[in-house]
Design a protein around this ligand. Structure first.
Ligand SMILES: [Zn+2]
Length: 148
């Protein structure tokens, strides 16, 4: 079992959210199976949603397996839109690992148009990991060597 730089820094960010009084909950739990040269890799990634007062610095952010959303959002509709947006970014980290932030310059990871009342509008624009695309990152990975 091992983790990696993104796992360590994302966990540190989660701890900072807790220390700053964020309201943290488990969002979902992802299990992946990827074939690599050495054999099978089973990935386990709990994802977390943290609501906190971001002082209007940002409405939402995503890093690794952590989504941070602002309690300053005025309505439940606004909050649902931000969560849907950041949840799509969770997929980007699964697909690219630490390169996810850089990949926004090559792929449409961010929407060009946002409809605050309808998250589906931007989700249609945001890149989605195709079926069969290998997982590049999980919080915890278990490697099972081939031939054993
Ligand atoms: Zn975004």
């Amino acid at each position: 079992m091992h983790t990696n730089l993104l796992g360590i820094t994302a966990t540190a960010a989660l701890v900072v959210c807790l220390l700053l009084g964020g309201e943290v909950s488990l969002y979902d739990f992802r299990v992946s199976i990827t074939t690599r040269a050495a054999g099978l890799v089973i990935g386990l990634t709990p994802t977390f949603l943290c609501w906190m007062d971001t002082r209007n610095l940002f409405y939402g952010a995503c890093y690794g397996n952590l989504m941070v959303c602002s309690t300053a959002l005025p309505t439940e509709v606004h909050k649902a839109r931000i969560v849907a947006h950041e949840a799509r970014h969770l997929e980007h980290f699964e697909a690219f690992g630490l390169w996810a932030s850089f990949m926004q310059y090559l792929l449409p990871l961010e929407p060009s148009f946002v409809d605050w009342a309808d998250p589906a509008v931007e989700l249609r624009q945001m890149w989605r990991r195709p079926i069969g695309w290998p997982y590049r990152w999980s919080l915890l990975e278990f490697e099972m060597e081939a031939g054993r």
